[in-house]
Ligand binder design. Structure first.
Ligand SMILES: Nc1ncnc2c1ncn2[C@@H]1O[C@H](COP(=O)(O)OP(=O)(O)OP(=O)(O)O)[C@@H](O)[C@H]1O
Ligand SMILES: [Mg+2]
Length: 359
């Protein structure tokens, strides 16, 4: 899905993907490795101070800009063009049907008049984008058009971050679409390319756990929980009297007191597994489906050792930790082991980096 809120013109010169999430700024740059292959050239994850972003919005511009500048320096690229994404909640999408063969200007008029009917803001206040999806299912003389709209300020906030950091926002995608792009890469590696299979995509970030069931290229169920890796960090802080930074480091590198595994980590993992099991039950009762074929763990907390086993044991569903880079060439300057461990949290940034190769 290639959306481009219309202030940005599509033609894409070299660019990298930049994901501004609640815990960090993540950048991924890919290059053309020839013969249609793509190589991961460099990436960086730069922590953000607490409350720099709030519910996907830029809350502290200065703090975010500084983190972006640090990240860009560490990346060591010369590219200044970026693809960014808006939080899915900030974007309203709708599919409409219009006559086939309209000229671009005619299509624009149609889209605007349709948009007027369902967008709860004045059109001057929104960035509007649309894309012809394909022929309408019901009639060969019509086409389906996807419209996406977002408040101008949401787009402008992100553009402003890039600008203040000396970068240029070339594309503005939507986070869920960028995830979908990365998911498609992973789906290719599933048995039977995952065709007609239900895959539970679990994103365990810092503050939010997002569970989506995907079938082919459609999202057919979604559920969100205010729960994530930050809970685990807080438990560590509280129990062992550590600062946030100490707790975060200890969580990643181990070396916590002996009772940590049994009394803190294990309950956290069981909680995650239980949430997934619950979501699956809701999915079964609210849709015609009664099975899922795979569970895919994404987000920074997906790499907690043993989490996949705990989830698998509880749900009895094959559980994988996401790596959208699995089939890509990797630059020798990247540490492979580190990339594999960071990969689950790079789903959005990876999807955005791939925008460079849009036709
Ligand atoms: N090696 C690791 N072991 C355990 N936890 C980790 C590891 N690496 C990252 N995390 C945790 O993953 C979380 C960050 O994940 P991610 O980057 O996906 O979140 P986010 O997208 O910033 O947050 P959200 O999706 O909630 O907005 C943090 O809680 C962090 O402590
Ligand atoms: Mg996230």
């Amino acid at each position: 899905m290639a959306l481009n809120f219309d202030i940005f013109k599509p033609k894409t010169p070299p660019l990298f993907g930049m994901d501004i999430s609640s815990s960090s700024v993540k950048m991924v740059e890919m290059v053309d490795a020839g013969k249609g292959a793509v190589r991961v050239e460099r990436y960086v994850i730069e922590p953000l101070p607490r409350d720099a972003t709030l519910d996907g919005n830029i809350a502290n511009l200065e703090a975010v800009v500084e983190a972006v500048q640090r990240a860009w320096k560490k990346m060591g690229t010369r590219t200044k063009n970026v693809a960014m994404a808006l939080p899915s909640a900030a974007v309203i999408t709708k599919k409409i049907i219009v006559p086939a063969g309209l000229r671009e200007e005619e299509l624009e008029v149609q889209v605007e008049s349709e948009a007027n009917q369902y967008i709860p803001f004045a059109l001057e206040e929104v960035n509007l984008d649309f894309q012809v999806v394909g022929p309408a299912p019901s009639s060969p003389d019509e086409v389906e058009v996807l419209i996406a709209a977002s408040r101008k300020e949401k787009v402008e906030d992100r553009v402003a971050v890039a600008q203040a950091a000396g970068l240029r926002a070339l594309c503005m995608d939507v986070e869920s679409y960028a995830v979908q792009t990365s998911f498609e890469l992973i789906r290719q590696t599933l048995p039977g390319q995952g065709v007609d299979q239900n895959v539970v995509l679990v994103d365990i970030g810092a503050n939010v756990m997002n569970i989506t069931v995907l079938r082919n290229d459609q999202s057919i169920y979604t559920r969100e929980q205010a729960f994530g890796g930050a809970q685990l960090t807080q438990d560590i802080m509280r129990l062992y009297g550590m600062s946030p930074e100490e707790a975060e480091a200890a969580k990643r590198s181990g070396g916590l007191p002996e009772n940590y595994e049994a009394e803190v980590l294990r309950p956290f993992m069981e909680n995650v597994a239980l949430e997934i099991q619950r979501a699956m039950q809701f999915f079964f009762t609210s849709t015609p489906y009664n099975s899922v074929e795979h569970i895919l763990l994404t987000g920074g907390s997906a790499v907690i050792p043993g989490l996949d086993d705990v989830v698998n044991t509880r749900t009895q569903v094959s559980t994988l930790v996401a790596n959208p880079f699995a089939n890509m060439a990797i630059s020798p300057r990247i540490q492979l082991k580190k990339l594999v461990s960071d990969a689950p949290s790079l789903m959005i940034a990876c999807g955005l980096a791939l925008r460079r190769f849009d036709p």
